[in-house]
Design a binder for this molecule. Sequence first.
Ligand SMILES: Cc1cc2nc3c(=O)[nH]c(=O)nc-3n(C[C@H](O)[C@H](O)[C@H](O)COP(=O)(O)OP(=O)(O)OC[C@H]3O[C@@H](n4cnc5c(N)ncnc54)[C@H](O)[C@@H]3O)c2cc1C
Ligand code: SF4
Length: 471
Amino acid sequence: MTDKKKPKTKPEKMPMPEQPAEQRITNFDEVAIGYDEEMVLVEAQRCLQCKKPSCVAGCPVGINIPEFIKFAAEGDFESGYNSLKKYNALPAVCGRVCPQENQCEKACVLGKKFEPVAIGRIERFLADWNLKKHDMHPKGENMVKSDTKVAVVGCGPSSITCAGEMVLAGYQVSVYEALHALGGVMIYGIPDFRLPNAVVQAELDVIRDWGVNFETNVLVGNTLSLKDIIGMGNKAIFLGTGAGLPYFLNIPNEHGIGIYSSNEFLTRINLMRANRFPEYDTPILPAKRVTVIGGGNTAMDSARISKRLAGRENVTIAYRRSRVEMPARAEEVVHAEEEGVTFMNLVSPKRYILDNDNRVCAMELIRMELGEPDERGRRRPYPIEGSEFIHETDFVIVAIGQGPNPLLMNANPDIETTKWGTIVVNEQTMMTSMRGVFAGGDIVSGGATIISAMGAGKKAAAAMRDFVENA
Ligand SMILES: Cc1cc2nc3c(=O)[nH]c(=O)nc-3n(C[C@H](O)[C@H](O)[C@H](O)COP(=O)(O)OP(=O)(O)OC[C@H]3O[C@@H](n4cnc5c(N)ncnc54)[C@H](O)[C@@H]3O)c2cc1C
Ligand code: SF4
């Protein structure tokens, strides 16, 4: 900037250009289009470059936010990207789907008076700018210099971060993933219109270039045991197997045809491309009236995908609390509404009704009212006696949460687990009860966020380095 006097801070964020709702429900392309160079300069110049930046404390991986924003504001996008990538293995992912409104942006000092700086949008711009150039990323001076081998199980954000940190520290890293594709929930759960699979794969390519060896179709605990992995010479193992086991309501007739877990529904579409059947092999049952049960990101994704599938005229979200208690990101709820999803709040399913072919045709729900807040501060829902009603539907997606898959722990009873099946770790080191075996992400915390899983992967990597050097 040449002016001596700093221009007045704009009170509002630079708006994100988006596909209009009526257009976007006809495709799976990204809803948010991203800033262009002019927009990013304007937004980055809103940052006050605080001496004690509160935004950094709000970031689970401790990104130097003012630093990358300063480079962006100066138009030095290469330095901005390099600064970001030092702290965050997946900036193009986080710039799109991190709940910034509850993290860095919530802590931004500008937010006291105006809208906070659009930190996530600037992050996305820099990451996309780099992916477009595709010829530069910090190479990491120490890549694979040591003979020491370490292994990582699962390939979601916690594992990818741990693997990236370990390879940059010079170790030989192998990642074993059960599915045929890498990325965890980022590729099989989150739809392309929020996070394109191609973006995740491009970020993974960078880490592959660093020298990480990825192996797919390996279900650890079945095709390969932890003992086998140790026998292959690995000095430490990180478990980042996530929480991919779907919960059901356990109400009558849940076995009916047309009742899906959100996991199965999302995997069929996002990973197996059922929306493009028969071009792709995986089909999905045709339907007209879809009901999604739940109020989180998974429910919003399931409903918004349904809106994009041919023939699904009515899509309803049934949630047992009110809108303010919905755990989904506010932006997702607004997008779902704009796209024509109907919200039926304060209801809880009691049973499904099946037709003669065993296919769901309706469900019985009961109305709920809210009582006192629970231990997490959300008001507890209670059924209103005698308020049952019938809701017609021919396709149901149960999106009420996921837990850890017990397979790996059943095969390794030495690994201590909680009553919810999550792995117990030492909070300082992320080591499990099995020496040399570390864990992090949803398998430890239960269903959380991408950035918190990444933070855990980073913390575990630091402890793994200590362990292999001093064991
Ligand atoms: C539909 C949906 C939408 C979401 N939206 C958001 C969002 O917008 N923003 C956000 O921050 N978070 C979101 N989340 C949450 C976020 O995706 C997770 O918190 C995060 O992916 C957890 O990362 P992870 O590394 O622990 O595990 P995961 O991403 O679950 O990855 C675990 C990987 O391990 C593999 N695996 C499991 N068992 C084995 C085994 N025995 N052997 C080998 N591999 C194994 C799995 O196949 C999987 O690939 C969403 C979650 C869902 C389900
Ligand atoms: S708190 Fe906000 S204004 Fe201050 S440095 Fe961070 S992003 Fe910039």
